[in-house]
Design a protein around this ligand. Structure first.
Ligand code: NDP
Length: 442
């Protein structure tokens, strides 16, 4: 009997398994797809590599303003895909090796709960474990409309054989905005269709507006307050009928309309594991209503981000194996959206602060970064800080522009430590940078 059996070898599952095994506990892990999960195989990592690929078009056009004369530039989709896939293969091997080196036994099978201490694999083998961890992640969900089966999900993007010339992206969350930006950078004609009145709901209003403006400046056609009503095949590819009566003829339609927890066929109902809105329901220590069954990461649908799943896994191991009950800290988690312009954010948005009834001051600057003066790139940078008036404490930092994701990581340390606006003011600027604006806001 294992001390721990983990179902799902994504970021959270792998971290939990390795940590428990490295402390001498016997651990097994099952994965029905590829070791690495969403982040490594079909999410953050391959996406970021595509972000890098897409960035070059801007570099090439910016370079003219600096005296470069580049001719005959072209992009080879197949070459990029091959290089990207090689890197993902390398990472998958590294993940497997790391698990094995920690002493974890890997089962490349679909696994489901069979009993309180039993897991059944798809080859009918039954495995026993004292503790079971559900770390099965999530998967894309699509809305219902006629012809939706002709559309692709974000998972399918990584299998595309060719760069689509024209593409519709449906939705305006992280995935939709990031891929609209990527396909635009790679040279596709992109239309982003969204049912709401601005992009990136839940983010600070200034972020949404500047990202939208940035995408539009780069040529993305943003269609708001509009639904896709149907998608049909036509001689030129696919025809998407929109609720605003527009008809778009494109090569691909991608639905990036959210994700849902991966709970199907896991045997949850049979064992009586409680769910809430299709997510595994856990208490603050990530325990389900079954005393030896825990769940972490996206399958619990709390804060669906890789670093959060990893921290959930560490908290789980501390709680169950180190006799150190730990509640995972989901407070002040910094976030990034890898659009062009890039977003980095931590803490509360202006709307959230308003809703809490806090009296606050907004410090904000929107400027053309030095690099864009010569290049002619119209992209502006935004730095915004929301500060509680009474205490001077920083409640939120929102950055849009080059390096925003890297910058927010550091700003988040200060915010997490409870920094005040005066602390930022007391810090000397690094000149000439865009980041210096963060310590000279007034
Ligand atoms: P999001 O929840 O961020 O966005 C979903 C989008 O689809 C929203 O614009 C939403 O509109 C729209 N939508 C939802 N349902 C429908 C529907 N029935 N019809 C039309 N539109 C619909 O999900 P994503 O799939 O983009 O990302 C999933 C999660 O993955 C994120 O929440 C994030 O946690 C994580 N992620 C993080 C990344 C990062 O850290 N950079 C990158 C990618 C993913 P509305 O706003 O009106 O609800």
């Amino acid at each position: 009997m294992y001390d721990l059996f983990v179902i799902g070898a994504g970021s959270g599952g792998v971290r939990s398994a390795r940590l428990a095994a490295s402390q001498g506990f016997s651990v097994g892990i099952a994965e029905s797809s590829r070791v690495g999960g969403t982040c490594v195989i079909r999410g953050c990592v391959p996406k970021k590599l595509m972000v890098y690929a897409a960035e070059f078009s801007q570099y090439f056009s910016d370079s003219k303003g600096y005296g470069w004369n580049i001719k005959g530039v072209n992009f080879d989709w197949q070459q990029m895909v091959a290089a990207r896939n090689n890197e993902i293969d390398r990472l998958e091997v590294a993940y497997k090796k790391n698990l094995e080196n920690s002493g974890v036994e890997i089962y490349e099978n679909f696994a489901k709960l069979k009993g309180l201490n039993a897991i059944e694999l798809d080859n009918k083998k039954v495995i026993e474990a004292k503790h079971i961890l559900l770390a099965t992640g999530g998967k894309p969900k699509k809305p219902k409309f006629h012809g939706v089966q002709l559309t692709k999900s974000s998972d399918d993007i990584f299998m595309m054989k060719n760069l689509p010339k024209k593409i519709v992206i449906y939705g305006a969350g992280y995935i939709a905005c990031e891929f609209a930006s990527i396909f635009n950078g790679l040279g596709a004609e992109v239309t982003l269709v969204h049912r709401g009145d601005n992009l990136l709901r839940g983010f600070d209003c200034d972020i949404s507006s500047l990202v939208r403006q940035g995408l539009e400046d780069k040529g993305v056609n943003v269609v708001l307050n509009t639904m896709i009503e149907s998608v049909t095949k036509c001689s030129k590819g696919l025809s998407a009928a929109l609720s605003n009566n527009q008809q778009l003829v494109v090569n691909e339609v991608v639905c990036a309309t959210g994700r849902k927890p991966n709970i199907e066929n896991l045997g949850l109902e049979k064992l009586g594991v409680n769910l809430e809105k299709d997510a595994v329901l856990v208490d603050e220590y990530q325990r389900t209503n079954i005393s030896n069954v825990y769940a972490i990461g996206d399958v619990t649908d709390r804060l669906n981000l890789t670093p959060v799943a990893i921290r959930d896994g560490i908290a789980f191991v501390n709680t169950v194996f180190n006799n150190k009950p730990t509640i995972p800290d989901h407070h002040l988690v910094p976030k990034a959206v890898f659009t062009k312009p890039e977003v980095g954010t931590v803490g509360l948005s202006e709307l959230e602060v308003e809703k809490k009834g806090i009296i606050f001051v907004v410090y904000k600057t929107e400027f053309k970064p030095m690099k864009n003066q010569l290049s002619g790139n119209p992209q502006k940078t935004l730095m915004k800080m929301i500060v509680e008036k009474k205490s001077d404490k920083i409640l939120g930092v929102h950055i849009v522009g080059d390096g925003a994701a890297e910058l927010i990581q550091i700003a988040a340390v200060a915010v997490k430590m409870g920094a005040t606006k005066s602390d930022f003011d007391a810090t000397c600027a690094v000149h000439p940078t865009a980041a210096e604006e963060l310590v000279t806001l007034n």
